[in-house]
Design a protein around this ligand. Structure first.
Ligand code: FE
Ligand code: FE
Ligand code: ZN
Length: 296
């Protein structure tokens, strides 16, 4: 069965119960959460997250635990060699984030590898490796996977090619705890032509191993192939297009993986219910914006 969902919020007072209910309101059977606001590192104890109730709800709704993904906040930057405190914050935060993932019974935590902020890809990559090894030496990883996300290459982002991700992997000691997250908008913006997706997957498999791919972020892109921009578009409303995204979503080699939408809100309203519906029907929703504005 297709595993489809979106990122959902996790916040006071309902916490994970609210997340599950939000996912269900989109008819999703999968979802991704941040452990708090994605743009800051303020976090509350997972004992407040109403985990048992959320689990009960998921059971009733037939959402298996493995369909839930955690995303580390995007402001932490392991690649920073310029400001020592940024790197240290990232290491400390990630140790706690992995503990939170384990407390929440989530196996896959998505991580943006980091930005070298001018120091160059090589130095940045070394710092990411050092950071990941430090994190993994400070916390018992168990079967938790840090899924490095394919990045668009905006600014000084590292991870804009499979080669760059491979270089990180090569330096990590505990390789069994490293996986990947493939973001369709990001790889398109980084220059991978997803209209020939089999070729992209072959390349991914050759360099990173398809079995290490743990989750797919499904987003259309507002920019042209190779733009290096990272601006997500609604499904079928961007340069990748509906048919290409459907081929990826239903690709037999990715059938076992959760597909997570991170497409933009329209008039402050989530588009996910309509997008998921159009994905399930495999029919382009050409009135997405009008229908959301009309609040259907
Ligand atoms: Fe991400
Ligand atoms: Fe993403
Ligand atoms: Zn993005």
């Amino acid at each position: 069965m297709l595993k489809i969902g979106s990122h959902v919020s996790l916040s006071s007072p309902h916490y994970l119960v609210g997340s599950v209910n939000e996912a269900l309101s989109y008819n999703a059977n999968s979802f991704m959460v941040y452990s708090g606001a994605p743009q800051n590192t303020r976090r509350v104890s997972t004992s407040l997250f109403r985990l048992d109730e959320a689990k009960e709800l998921m059971k009733e709704a037939n959402i298996p635990q493995e369909n839930v993904i955690l995303h580390a906040p995007y402001i932490i930057n392991l690649a920073n060699t310029v400001k020592e405190s940024t790197y240290e914050l990232a290491v400390n935060f990630l140790v706690q984030e992995i503990q939170r993932a384990q407390e929440m019974d989530i196996k896959v935590m998505v991580l943006h590898p980091g930005s070298h902020v001018g120091a160059g890809v090589q130095l940045g990559t070394q710092q990411i490796i050092k950071g990941l090894n430090e994190v993994m030496s400070q916390v018992d990883m168990k079967d938790t996977i840090i899924a490095l996300e394919t990045m668009a290459g905006k600014g000084t982002e590292i991870g804009r090619s499979f080669e760059e991700l491979k270089a990180i992997y090569d330096g990590v000691i505990q390789k069994e705890n490293i996986g990947y997250c493939l973001d369709t908008c990001h790889i398109h913006d980084a220059g991978y032509d997803v209209s020939d997706f089999d070729a992209v997957l072959d390349q991914f498999d050759l360099l990173l191993g398809l079995s290490n791919l743990k989750v797919v972020h499904v987003n259309d892109s507002k920019n042209l192939l190779g733009a290096g921009k990272d601006r997500h578009a609604n499904i079928g409303y961007g340069e990748i297009g509906f048919d290409n995204l459907i081929k990826i979503i239903y690709h037999p080699r990715l059938a076992h993986l959760p597909k997570i939408l991170e497409t933009p809100y329209i008039d402050k309203k989530a588009p996910y219910k309509l997008e998921i519906n159009s994905i399930i029907k495999r029919e382009f929703e050409d009135k997405l914006i009008e229908r959301i504005q009309a609040d259907e």
